[in-house]
Design a protein around this ligand. Structure first.
Ligand code: FAD
Length: 483
């Protein structure tokens, strides 16, 4: 191909903005980003619930090429949203984003050697297609009997109803995962009563969040090396955590001791402590970082209900013991449909075969990025690129680095198409499934990574340094390039 290829990106979160920016910095100007929301930002645009913040320190939860002066160690949602928009503006890619545009389907056109993309406002063609749809962008609500009969407002944390005032009202929160532990401490001082419905408790670690003083921020700005050193230290700590969750299980008892100590020192009531202490292995569910969850649970207006929900009624929730608690508002902190990846968008590759058909029950991709039969397609933050630790922004940058390596290779070989070889993809998949068997996520708890059949389409079973190393160059023989 003599001209630079045209590139379409689906999704305008960290992934889409990062890809458009990194591509532009390498001279790829013919780039368009389709985002179904009204703004860029992805989860940080959509999740505006009270208390929303990152749980990986901001010096690592940012693009390596755009260090930021954060207000605190773990930035709140609005600040992260401003950052993503700011990066898009500063690197000149905001104008490439078509907001309010949903991609419905994409099909590979073999004759023309390009992707035809059907959007909510018309069709588009591009040489390369990158999906950056996130793993946590589709809210999930489990089937709960009677939920539709509830008379008051009931909404998911990712679709927070800012027109609903929780002050002085009885609020039922369903779920005790990563969103609940942020939202409950934020609304507890306002609500008359919070009934918190827990399926199973998760392990926590102290977050040790704090504001950066003006002096600390000035130092980070004046001496960027300090910012980089802090980033490197956070990265090393995350890698230690990754080792504990994957191959170095002997580290887990130390982590469990930290988690247990946090509960025991915060919760005096033995019955509440029992309900809050997980019985499963630490890290099997995502470890949650918090400083204010247990103090909030100690407040007289919060009740932890560990019994299963039997049904939602018009004005409350009945648990499995038959006890019914009135509620005026229901908050569904029930997580996301994380295994659907690009769905509901339909992607058809060579011969019209869809990604859904290729995947069957378990989504899989070579390095989480490429799928045999789907030329010039890259899935950012695709199957098995999530983890219990590490910054997804770093993972996304590695994936985008792989796309750039592929584009380089195409340019130097004069190729128009690139497609992962089936043998390479299958070899990688075997290696991955074997490594996953030894991870903590397979130790038998319910978590959002592993499906009911024990398959894990979510997580990366090695260090993040390994992901970087393996993605930054194309392994010899992994790809077919077609002229
Ligand atoms: C509340 C919350 C807190 C989190 N905190 C952290 C954290 O601290 N650290 C961490 O590493 N990770 C965290 N994550 C994980 C988070 O998903 C990633 O960090 C990261 O934001 C993913 O970026 P993304 O661009 O891949 O996906 P997303 O941010 O999910 O963006 C995907 C975008 O694609 C759009 N889209 C999807 N399908 C289509 C379509 N068909 N057409 C057009 N647009 C489409 C969506 O509207 C969305 O805006 C958090 C997630 C949530 C929900």
């Amino acid at each position: 191909m003599s001209r630079k290829p045209s590139i379409a990106i689906v999704g305008g979160g960290f992934g889409g903005v990062g890809a458009a920016t990194m591509l532009r910095r390498q001279g790829y100007e013919d780039v368009v980003v389709f985002e179904k929301g009204e703004r860029v930002g992805g989860v940080w645009h959509h999740n505006t619930y009270p208390g929303a913040a990152c749980d990986i320190p901001s010096h690592l939860y940012e693009f390596s090429f755009a260090p930021n002066s954060w207000s605190r160690r773990y930035a709140p949602q609005a600040e992260i949203q401003r950052y993503v928009e700011g990066v898009a503006r500063r690197f000149g890619v905001l104008g490439k984003v078509r907001t309010g545009t949903e991609v419905k389907a994409a099909a590979w056109n073999e004759e023309r050697g390009c992707w035809r993309i059907e959007t909510s406002v018309g069709a588009h063609e591009a040489d390369l297609l990158l999906t950056a749809c996130g793993q946590l962008s589709v809210p999930k609500v489990p089937p709960i009997d009677g939920l539709e009969s509830f008379a008051g407002p009931a909404f998911h944390t990712a679709e927070w109803r800012h027109d609903v005032d929780v002050a002085g009202r009885r609020v039922a929160v369903i779920g005790t995962g990563c969103s609940a532990i942020q939202v409950v401490p934020a609304i507890q001082p306002l609500a008359a009563q919070i009934d918190l419905y827990q399926r199973s408790p998760g392990w926590t670690f102290p977050k040790m969040d704090h504001e950066y003083s003006p002096r600390a921020r000035a130092l980070f700005k004046r001496f960027p090396i300090l910012h980089r050193l802090d980033r490197a230290a956070i990265y090393a700590g995350q890698e230690l955590g990754t080792a504990a969750l994957t191959s170095q299980g002997w580290l887990r008892p130390f982590a469990r001791a930290v988690g247990r100590r946090q509960i025991n020192s915060a919760i005096a009531d033995p019955e509440l402590r029992r309900k809050l202490t997980p019985t499963d292995e630490i890290g099997c569910k995502r470890i949650m970082l918090t400083d204010d969850w247990y103090p909030a649970l100690n407040q007289p207006n919060v009740e932890l209900v560990a019994e299963r929900i039997e049904a939602v009624t018009a004005d409350g929730i009945r648990d499995a013991t038959g006890a019914e608690r009135p509620a005026e508002v229901i908050v569904l902190a029930t997580g996301f449909a994380s295994h659907d990846f690009v769905a509901p968008m339909e992607i058809a590759g060579r011969g019209g075969r869809t990604l859904a058909a290729e995947w069957g029950e378990v989504p899989r991709a070579y390095l989480g990025l490429t799928v045999p039969g789907f030329p010039n397609l890259f899935l950012l933050y695709g199957p098995n690129t999530n983890g219990g630790t590490g910054s997804v922004v770093n993972t996304l940058e590695c994936g985008i680095g792989h796309v750039l390596a592929a584009l380089d290779e195409m340019e130097s070989r004069g190729a128009e198409r690139i497609e992962v070889r089936r043998e390479a993809a299958e070899r990688f998949d075997r290696e991955l499934r074997t490594a996953l068997k030894g991870t903590v996520w397979q130790t038998g708890c319910t978590n959002w990574y592993v499906d009911e059949d024990g398959n894990d389409p979510s997580n990366w079973p090695w260090l993040w340094g390994t992901y970087r190393r393996r993605t930054q160059r194309l392994a010899p023989g992994a790809y077919d390039l077609v002229h």
